[in-house]
Write a protein that binds this ligand. Structure first.
Ligand code: MD3
Ligand code: FE
Length: 206
């Protein structure tokens, strides 16, 4: 693993620029995960459909439908367990968390997001996990995107950080409750992913 500069972008939010590069092996692993647990656009409790397509690997997978948001052990689409978390994914998450100031992180869920141009993620916080003392680790792959950090409230102007292929963001502690989102993806071409962006978010769900 290349050494990385840890850039604090807000209290307890650390950007590890390029820490997950090269991302080719991650893209290949995503392809194997999606062959077992296909990407799908989830419904929200409000009746909408998310523009980001999702799948999961690891013991627990994040799911949304008319009944709400929750972690499930079986993929509702196939009835099967989620594909196992590849060992290099778990190692990347653990090492990044430690660099971000959160040693001892062992994720049991990895949400895989797939963005096409025009897809976006509105301001929200990741709040379906049992123990909020664990951080979240996010890995950006492919086309660049604008991360939006709102902090304690979803009102007001967010801090905008451009994240690129291989960038890793770790947030925990007080920032664990922070509202965040992703601005609408712009069209482009990336050697690792073509016209797409992927994001891995590693969580401790249970
Ligand atoms: C830290 N995913 O799946 S990671 C999610 O890129 C989710 O797909 C996003 O939010 C994605 O729940 C982003 C989280 C994130 C977003 C913005 C930030 C972390 C941030 C801005 C500043 C610092
Ligand atoms: Fe989130």
């Amino acid at each position: 693993m290349a050494e990385t500069t840890a850039i604090p972008i807000a209290p307890e939010v650390t950007l590890l620029r390029g820490h997950a590069a090269p991302t080719g092996p991650l893209v290949a692993a995503i392809g194997r995960i999606a062959a077992q647990a296909p990407f799908r656009q989830l419904s929200t409790p409000g009746g909408g459909t998310m523009s980001v397509a999702m799948t999961n690997c690891g013991p627990w997978g994040w799911h949304s439908d008319r009944r709400g948001y929750r972690y499930v052990e079986l993929d509702p689409l196939t009835g099967a367990r989620w594909p196992p978390m590849p060992a290099p994914f778990a190692r990347l998450a653990r090492e990044a968390a430690a660099l971000g100031g959160f040693p001892g992180f062992e994720p049991d869920a990895c949400l895989v997001n797939r963005y096409v141009p025009g897809a976006q993620m509105g301001a929200h916080r990741d709040w379906d996990e049992l123990d909020k003392r664990f951080p979240i680790v996010s890995v950006s792959i492919g086309l660049p995107a604008a991360f939006l950090w709102y902090g304690a409230t979803r009102r007001g102007r967010p801090l905008v950080t451009l994240v690129e292929d291989g960038d890793v963001v770790v947030w925990g502690g007080g920032a664990r409750a922070g509202f965040h989102g992703v601005r609408k993806l712009q069209a482009g071409e990336h050697p690792a992913t073509g016209a797409l962006r992927y994001n891995l978010t590693f969580r401790r769900a249970k």
